[in-house]
Design a protein around this ligand. Structure first.
Ligand code: G3H
Length: 529
């Protein structure tokens, strides 16, 4: 680990947070703590250089997990709770208060993003700001949903007032690559719809949640949001076993999602909202604009070092242009600059200590099956980094062909017949997105038709990505369950439920009186302004 000078503005003091939020109280944990280190090195107080100690968080177990899920369950109170029965206007007010409080923690959260997960400065700010926008857009989207429901319908002599209602208690688990944004993209729509939640932050990117505990506590009624810390198997597993959970909201790996579902005693009760792994391919057609394609593939494959579920994880290139593509692409990869997050370089350290060794394993395995590292710097190792390696030609005997690498290594596969990438995609267990590069519409047209049935987003001459967040973010097969977007997430965390009445004079009278009074928050035709 090499020493470097950390600019004053980015120096960090250890943050030892004993706090957790259960049933509206910020409690102090007196049990075991887990130390949080950054893979970025610095000198400690004794002058020794090594991984930087960022602080510590509680290492909780079953008892606290159950306390948290019971609090969420009581706040939901079988649908009778204050929160699930509250008017939409009042729930939105709580969220508006929260977002204002959250904004005041921007600098602290961004600094922790840089240290904990090594995201560069621009992208760390982007993650924070995008989350604020997401919350504001969610508030607006919910108003629209509610406005459309502020009416009665009549069909075959039955009057109906149809709205969307909450589902119950949500367990919310987010990933380390977007520990703030992706987690809040689950948590915010979940609670705004009237559900209550237990939220456990990811292993990396955990300290950055701690400054927000107070904002949650001060903005929402007790038990609506409960935040606990610890390992998945100590917290999430006992919670699932209780059978209290109505929605498992998880962004992560399908193996974790499956093992958590398996613990639930009543699977039909459990709704799933899952964003899982993917192996998004780029398909480069013979007539693609190569300079543009290379630039998009670099950003698609290596933004945040490829640690994105939407990253391009395999590139299929037509044989007629493969030499030119490989040369341009390898050069472009070798020109990327590595540095510390605050230096705002494109490449930054890998937050998982085991990742560089894993990347080396993939390289060795691919090489043993006939691939070569075709860029000069590919696989160069430092303590916390493995320089992006371009592997060519990759085939289905290699682990790199099958595994979601989630890191800086890019497999290139030559093809002659377009059916080859299409068949690989159909065979694969993933189906999130594809990037298609080419210009001839006679070729593109039928390909788009086929690809749209294999994935959920076809990116034309563009890298794969989740945003803009108003667009549907979904996946087929093992890549997702449900659709997320500002609007779709609100649907995913709610269910259509309605009041129906035979169209009689008496019923009409009762309904009129209900609407005039404020006896029901559900039965209202108030138009949200
Ligand atoms: O890890 C998966 C993220 O949803 C990717 O989002 O495409 O905006 O980086 P992004």
């Amino acid at each position: 680990m090499s020493e470097m000078k950390i600019p004053e503005a980015f120096k960090i003091k250890p943050l030892n947070s004993h706090s957790y939020l259960v049933n509206g109280a910020i409690k102090q944990w007196s049990g075991q703590m887990t130390k949080v280190y950054s893979v970025i090195g610095s000198e400690d107080s004794l002058g020794n250089f090594g991984p930087t100690l960022l602080g510590s968080v509680p290492d909780m177990g079953e008892e606290t997990a159950i306390e948290a899920v019971n609090a969420a369950n009581e706040a939901y109170n079988r649908g009778k709770g204050n929160w699930p029965t509250m008017s939409v206007t009042d729930r939105l007010k709580c969220m508006e208060i929260f977002v204002e409080k959250m904004k005041t923690h921007r600098e602290t959260v961004v600094k922790l993003l840089m240290w904990e997960i090594c995201k560069n400065k621009t992208d760390s700010y982007k993650e924070f700001d995008r989350t604020i926008d997401y919350i504001n857009n969610t508030i607006e989207a919910y108003k629209n949903i509610d406005r459309k429901a502020s009416k009665f319908e009549t069909q075959d002599g039955v009057l109906a007032h149809i709205r969307r209602g909450p589902i119950g208690v949500v367990l919310c688990l987010g990933p380390y690559n977007y520990p703030l944004n992706e987690t809040f993209c689950l948590l915010v729509p979940a609670i705004i719809m009237g559900n209550t939640a237990v939220f456990k932050p990811a292993k990396h990117g955990v300290l950055l949640i701690t400054p927000l505990l107070e904002a949650f506590q001060e903005s929402f009624p007790p038990g609506v949001v409960n935040i606990v810390f610890g390992r998945g198997r100590s917290i999430a597993a006992p919670i699932m076993k209780t059978g209290i959970i109505d929605v498992l909201a998880l962004i992560g790996h399908s193996s974790s999602a499956v093992s958590l579902q398996d613990l639930h005693p009543n699977k039909n009760r459990l709704r799933l909202v899952l964003g899982l792994e993917a192996k998004n391919p780029a398909i480069v057609l013979p007539d693609a604009d190569l300079n543009h394609t290379v630039a998009e593939c670099i950003s698609g494959a290596l933004s945040f070092n490829g640690q994105r579920c939407t990253a391009l994880k395999v590139i299929y290139v037509h044989e007629s242009i493969i030499s030119e593509f490989n040369e341009l692409f390898s050069k472009a990869v070798d020109n990327l600059v590595f540095g510390m997050p605050w230096e705002d370089t494109f490449l930054t350290p890998l937050p998982e200590t085991s990742k560089p060794a894993y990347i080396q394993e993939l390289i060795n395995d691919a090489v043993s099956h006939g691939a070569k590292v075709i860029n000069k710097r590919g696989g160069e190792l430092t303590d916390n980094y493995s320089y992006p390696a371009v592997l060519y030609p990759v085939n289905d005997k290699m682990r790199l062909f099958h595994e979601e690498q989630f890191g800086p290594i890019i497999p290139i596969i030559p093809y002659n017949d377009i059916d080859m990438p299409l068949n690989d995609m159909a065979e694969s267990n993933y189906g999130q997105q594809v990037s298609l590069f080419g210009e001839n519409i006679e070729n593109l047209g039928p390909l788009i038709d086929a690809l749209a049935n294999l994935v959920c987003r076809v990116n034309l001459n563009s890298a794969c990505q989740r945003g803009p967040d108003v667009y549907p973010f979904a996946g087929r097969k093992n890549s997702a369950v449900g659709t997320l977007s500002v609007y779709d997430a609100l649907r995913s965390f709610s269910i259509r439920t309605f009041v129906a009445a035979k169209d009689s004079a008496k019923n009409k009278e009762i309904i009129k009186n209900l609407l005039k009074s404020d006896a029901s928050n559900f039965m209202t035709t108030e138009y949200l302004l």
